[in-house]
Each structure stands twice: as structure tokens, then as C-alpha cells.
Design a protein. Structure first.
Lengths: 250, 352, 67
């Protein structure tokens, strides 16, 4: 018998701190698999953001640099411009990328920085206990929208992948999820393409992954996975919104 | 024989950076320092460097953090309100011990203030400026030559201490034109770096962070940083003029120090023996030099373009040994040597 | 022939593997690990096809698969 599935080499063999049923673990593993597959570990520099993903450096066996909240795309820009031969990726949550960091991600994308960005959207601020995020759905209860998000007062969920797809500097933009194996396989493909955007020097590669936060949604893990499929996906439609990798070039 | 050129103050800073080996500049337009990014945009590509006009001062300090983490020499510049925006990034650089040079060509505040020169950022520069217990080295030029020389020094200090370094100028120093002798340094003596992020080929992965959650870890980290800042005291720099026989010493930095030099000549002509102690490093502050002077001289007059900032450090240094008086000129008008001379005269009479 | 192995101390009892297995080989058992989580286990190893979907879905990299 041959081993068909094992921990990727770039994923350090330690327990994850994530809550039971949180999808960060799946997404971390998929990113590590892609690092292994493309042989990137020794030239990777990861930029850690703030949120549940802040401990990225405990899990990825690569050089890692901590960035202030929201600023990972700017920090990654500095890294990539200084060491263009390195492979630079960020891993950010929805508060980090779509609230405080909107300017940094849009401008890094607009400049066509050769970066790969993994954006984890779970419609909440997980680490800090479940406050409203820019991606929180109308009517969704959070600790700062205890009566449900009222769009008149608190605005609407922001759809980042659609925005990214508009920018000329973005070579790949997709929204995926990991709530079941079929969806998970699409996430693997999308992460690979976001990596290729950088490796083939085409532009910024962006993957938004819809993810479950059972603890702050006050759901059990299986219920939370269903919530991604049945409630989140209709509001954040899955799909590839931009893919320049098909066109001619290296 | 070295070059001697007539150079704009802001451009001298950019020249110094390039001569020191800086190949990465990240910045944003703001008056009165725009010649710095403009010079960098024109000349960095000539030496294979990268100029990037960022979307904000926040983005540019974070780009500096990223580039510095990979071991290259990199710089950003701005002016007062933009420097306020950078404080979070500077705090992170200090906590992660990432070197970099931040140039502040001060304008007037608070808020949007004005574009006239001021020294209202002294506290911000010398007390860390952002959150947490940290310090940056601060160098305060008073001439275009010092703009050039101290910028070069700033890069060496940043690498030597793995720390952000602030070059604190002002609108006058940015806009004047003076002859400068260009003396590029010997790059071979630069600090070697075994902590940089370059991809982990041939070694174990490295991590640069400022987050320490385990009980006791951050306490120890902060004490280590504190000890580093104590070591920085050996980098103290200051200039004295006529202090050997002075009856009163003026303490002033930057442009005010420059103007006071002329006021001193007027004072000597009128029979007053006035000296100047001009701090060049604001952190570390020349406490010992002031105390040595205070053993003999019992009158100090601090003159600044603000409502009272450096005067506190002078008082902390010598108020137990001597009288310390203060003349403040909040930003919005530049004092003449004559005006400062009159203030020097009044202060001398008040303290006699 | 195929088999799965569980790193039981890493399991958080989330149940995603149980839901995913197309052959219904897996359950959340009544055994607890040192973290206090009820551990997933394979109760029908004879039905395992080695598809590895359980391992793919596991957020904690608990499962190794051989075929």
C-alpha cells in the first residue's frame, strides 16, 4: 500500500489552535500543499496579518514577517520589490483585508504587485470575539450588531473578489469555499492559479475563500459548513472572476 | 578631491541616502519635502534602485518595514501629519527590530497646521512617537551639509542597532540651497546581517515579529530593547560654540541652532558672553554634555519653534544645577537673528 | 485495499470527516482525547476505498490514508 494522503512538508507538525470545525486549518493545508507542489518553500516569504491567522508562522515552515493589521499587502510589496526572486504571499481575514486594509490591497492589486493573496471570508471578526465585519450579511447577528446588521445604519457586505477583478493589475481573482470535497478541490485549483500569477510574472493572484466560524456563529461545525453553502455562497457567488493566465505569455 | 555642489536641502538628503547604498524609497507627496521623492524617482532607477510612490504614508512605512526585513537599505520621508500616520509602522519596526530611515521635514501643526517650519515634532520623534516602550535614534541637521552627512549616518546607525532612525529636519532645511561636499562612505564597513528574510534555502526558516504572548516573554523582550536604547547613548552628537567662557548657554537644535549662531555673534559684539550647545542627536540627548557645562555655567536658555518640548529634556538634565529659561516661537513665523538676540538679552537680564 | 489512521490527540471531534465519507465508515466515538474532544474513528475499515476525502476535509490534518 502506498500513502495516499499525508501532511504537506511545508506545514509544521504541530496542533492547530483553531476552533473545532474552523476552516482555517483546511485552507492552511491547501496553501502548504501548493507551496510543496511548486517547490517554493525555500524561496517563500510569508506575510502574516492580524486575526485568527496571526499565528501563520507557527504553521508554515517558511520565512515569515509579521505585518500590522490590514497592511500585509504593503509589507509584502516592500518584500517583493526588495527580493523579486522570492515567492511572497499574504494570508488575511475579512477584517484585515476588507476593513482596515482596503486601501493597501486595492493599491497593491492596482500596481500589479507579483503577490499571491489568500483572503479568508467568514463574515465576522473571529479572533476578537465575533464583531461585525465588512462582509457580515444583512440581518446577521454579531456582537456589534446584536439586533442584526441593519444596512441603513451599518452598510452592506462588501464583495472583494468582484472589486479585485476590475483592476488591471490583477491577473487572477476567484471566490471559492471548502465546505465539501467538491468545493475544496476548486479551492486547490484556485490557490494554484493565484501562485502561478506570481510565478509566471503576470500580476497579483487573489483567492477569496468562504470559511466557517462555528464559535462566533454559535453553530456546530456541520451546521456551520452548511451555512457556508446555503447562506454565504448565494450572497458571495463562487467562481473565477478573472483569469489572465489563459492568455498567451510565459 | 571630493565634489562640492550647490544643492537643495531636500535633495541633499536623497543624495546622502543613495550614497549610503539606499536602493529602495517608498513615499508620498507632502509639502515641504517633495523634492525627496522627486529626486529619488529620477535617480534611483539610474543605480538599479526602486522608487515607489505609495498610496499613503501608512502604506509607505509598511513597505519600508517589508523591505528592511529582507536586509536592504530603504527609506521613507514625509512631514509632520504624514509622520503621525507612520507611527504604527515605526512601532512595529522597533518591536521587530527592523532597520530603516524615516525623514521628517517638519511643518506646522497640530492638524493640517501649515507649511511653515516648526519644531513641534520633537516629542513625537524622541519619545518613540507610537505606542509602546521604544525609541528611535533621532538626528537633527542644521545645514544642507548635515542633511547629507547625517542621512548617511542614519543608515549606518539603523543597521548597527537594527532599529528605525529618524532624521528630523524642517521646512527651512528642506528648501534652502547651500554648497555641499559630497563624500560617499566606505560601504565595505557595513554591518553584516544574519537575521534577514530571504527564503530559507540552506537554513532554518526565520521569523520577524513583535507579538509575544507567552507569560514573561514580552517583559524580557522589552528589557532587551531598553538595554539596546541604553547602548545607543554612545552615539550622542552635539556641537558647542563659545561655551568655554560663556555666562549663559543657549540650547537650540536644527534651524533655530543655525539662526542662533548669528545671534551669538551679535551678542559677543555687544559684550555678552553667550555660548550655544546644539544637540545633533536628539535621542540620545546630550545630557552629560549639558551637565558638564552646568558645572560652570548657571544660565541656560532653550529656544525652539514650538511652545516647549526640548526644554523639558534640558530641565531634566540640568534644572537641579542651573537656571533654565525658555523662549518658544510656535510655528507660523521664522525668527530673525536679531529677534533671537533680543530674547537672549532679556533672558540674560532675567536670570542675573 | 485501503486504510486510514487517526492522530487521535489532534482530533477535535468536528465531524466533518464523518459527514464526508461516501461509505459511512466513520463515526464520532465515545472516547475522549486529552484535549477533551470526542474522537472520530473508522468503524468499517473493510469498506474503506482510500478515497481520502475524509483526510481532505479534516481541518486538523488528523487522518493519514493508505491505498
Amino acid at each position: 500500500m502506498k500513502q495516499k494522503f499525508k501532511r504537506p512538508e511545508s506545514l509544521i507538525d504541530v496542533p492547530f489552535h483553531f476552533c473545532p470545525g474552523c476552516h482555517h486549518g483546511i485552507i492552511h493545508r491547501i496553501v502548504a500543499e501548493a507551496i510543496d507542489e511548486f517547490g517554493l518553500r525555500e524561496r517563500s516569504i510569508g506575510v502574516a496579518s492580524v486575526g485568527c491567522s496571526v499565528f501563520m508562522y507557527d504553521y508554515f515552515d517558511v520565512d515569515v514577517l509579521e505585518a500590522p493589521h490590514g497592511r500585509a499587502p504593503a509589507v509584502a510589496t516592500g518584500v517583493k520589490r526588495a527580493r523579486p526572486e522570492s515567492f511572497v504571499f499574504t494570508y488575511q481575514g475579512d477584517g484585515d483585508l476588507a476593513a482596515i486594509g482596503t486601501s493597501e490591497i486595492i493599491h497593491a492589486a492596482n500596481r500589479g504587485e507579483r503577490l499571491s493573496v489568500i483572503f479568508v471570508n467568514n463574515t465576522t471578526y473571529g479572533m476578537t470575539g465575533g464583531q461585525m465585519a465588512p462582509t457580515t450579511l444583512p440581518g446577521q447577528t454579531t456582537t456589534t450588531t446584536p439586533y442584526g446588521r441593519d444596512t441603513y445604519v451599518a452598510g452592506f457586505p462588501i464583495r472583494m473578489t468582484e472589486i479585485m477583478a476590475q483592476l488591471a493589475g490583477v491577473s487572477y481573482a476567484a471566490r471559492v469555499s471548502v465546505h465539501n470535497p467538491k468545493a475544496l478541490m476548486k479551492t486547490k485549483k484556485a490557490v494554484r492559479k493565484a501562485f502561478e500569477s506570481q510565478i509566471r510574472d503576470r500580476g497579483l493572484g487573489f483567492v477569496e475563500v468562504l470559511s466557517a466560524c462555528p464559535t462566533n456563529w454559535k453553530m456546530k461545525p456541520l451546521e456551520a459548513a452548511r451555512h457556508v453553502e446555503e447562506v454565504m455562497a448565494p450572497s458571495f457567488p463562487l467562481g473565477e472572476y478573472k483569469d489572465d493566465l489563459q492568455t498567451s505569455g510565459t | 578631491m571630493s565634489d562640492r555642489k550647490l544643492v537643495n536641502g531636500n535633495e541633499a538628503i536623497a543624495m546622502g541616502a543613495i550614497d549610503a547604498g539606499c536602493r529602495f524609497y517608498f513615499g508620498y507627496p507632502i509639502t515641504p519635502q517633495n523634492q525627496i521623492p522627486e529626486y529619488m524617482a529620477a535617480h534611483l532607477p539610474e543605480v538599479g534602485g526602486v522608487f515607489l510612490q505609495a498610496e499613503s504614508e501608512i502604506a509607505s512605512i509598511n513597505m519600508l518595514l517589508g523591505a528592511g526585513a529582507t536586509g536592504v537599505r530603504a527609506m521613507t520621508s514625509s512631514s509632520s501629519p504624514g509622520i503621525s500616520l507612520k507611527q504604527e509602522g515605526i512601532s512595529y519596526m522597533a518591536g521587530s527590530e527592523i532597520p530603516g530611515v524615516i525623514v521628517n521635514m517638519s511643518r506646522s501643526g497640530p492638524g493640517l497646521g501649515g507649511i511653515a517650519p516648526s519644531q513641534g515634532d520633537y516629542f513625537q520623534a524622541t519619545r518613540g512617537g507610537g505606542h509602546g516602550d521604544y525609541r528611535t535614534l533621532v538626528l537633527a541637521p542644521h545645514s544642507v551639509q548635515e542633511n547629507y552627512d547625517l542621512t548617511i549616518r542614519a543608515f549606518d546607525l539603523a543597521d548597527r542597532y537594527r532599529n528605525p532612525v529618524v532624521v528630523l529636519g524642517d521646512a527651512i532645511l528642506g528648501q534652502i540651497k547651500e554648497p555641499v561636499i559630497l563624500r560617499p562612505p566606505d560601504r565595505a564597513k557595513e554591518t553584516r546581517k544574519d537575521w534577514i528574510l530571504t527564503g530559507c534555502a540552506g537554513r532554518k526558516p526565520r521569523l520577524l515579529k513583535s507579538l509575544y504572548l507567552t507569560d514573561g516573554e514580552l517583559t524580557e523582550h522589552n528589557w532587551r530593547l531598553y538595554r539596546k536604547y541604553q547602548e545607543m547613548r554612545r552615539e550622542v552628537l552635539y556641537e558647542t560654540v563659545g561655551t568655554e567662557d560663556a555666562e549663559m548657554i543657549v540650547v537650540a537644535f536644527g534651524s533655530v541652532g543655525r539662526i542662533v549662531k548669528t545671534s551669538l555673534e551679535m551678542a559677543r559684539e555687544s559684550g555678552l558672553r553667550i555660548g550655544l550647545l546644539r544637540p545633533v542627536s536628539l535621542f540620545p540627548f546630550p545630557t552629560e554634555a549639558l551637565q558638564q557645562a552646568a558645572e560652570r555655567v548657571k544660565r541656560f536658555l532653550v529656544m525652539e519653534l514650538n511652545t516647549g518640548q526640548m526644554v523639558e529634556d534640558v530641565k531634566l538634565s540640568v534644572a537641579h544645577m542651573a537656571q533654565v529659561d525658555f523662549y518658544g516661537r510656535p510655528p507660523g513665523s521664522i525668527p530673525t537673528p536679531d529677534e533671537l538676540f533680543k530674547e537672549i538679552q532679556s533672558a540674560f537680564e532675567r536670570m542675573s | 485495499m485501503a486504510k486510514v489512521e487517526f492522530l487521535e490527540e489532534r482530533c477535535k471531534g468536528c465531524g466533518l470527516c464523518v459527514l464526508t465519507c461516501p461509505k459511512n465508515c466513520l463515526i464520532i466515538s465515545s472516547r475522549f482525547n486529552r484535549q477533551g474532544y470526542a474522537i472520530a474513528e473508522c468503524i468499517h475499515p473493510e469498506d474503506c476505498t482510500g478515497c481520502a476525502l475524509c483526510a481532505e476535509m479534516c481541518p486538523d490534518v488528523v487522518i493519514e490514508v493508505w491505498k
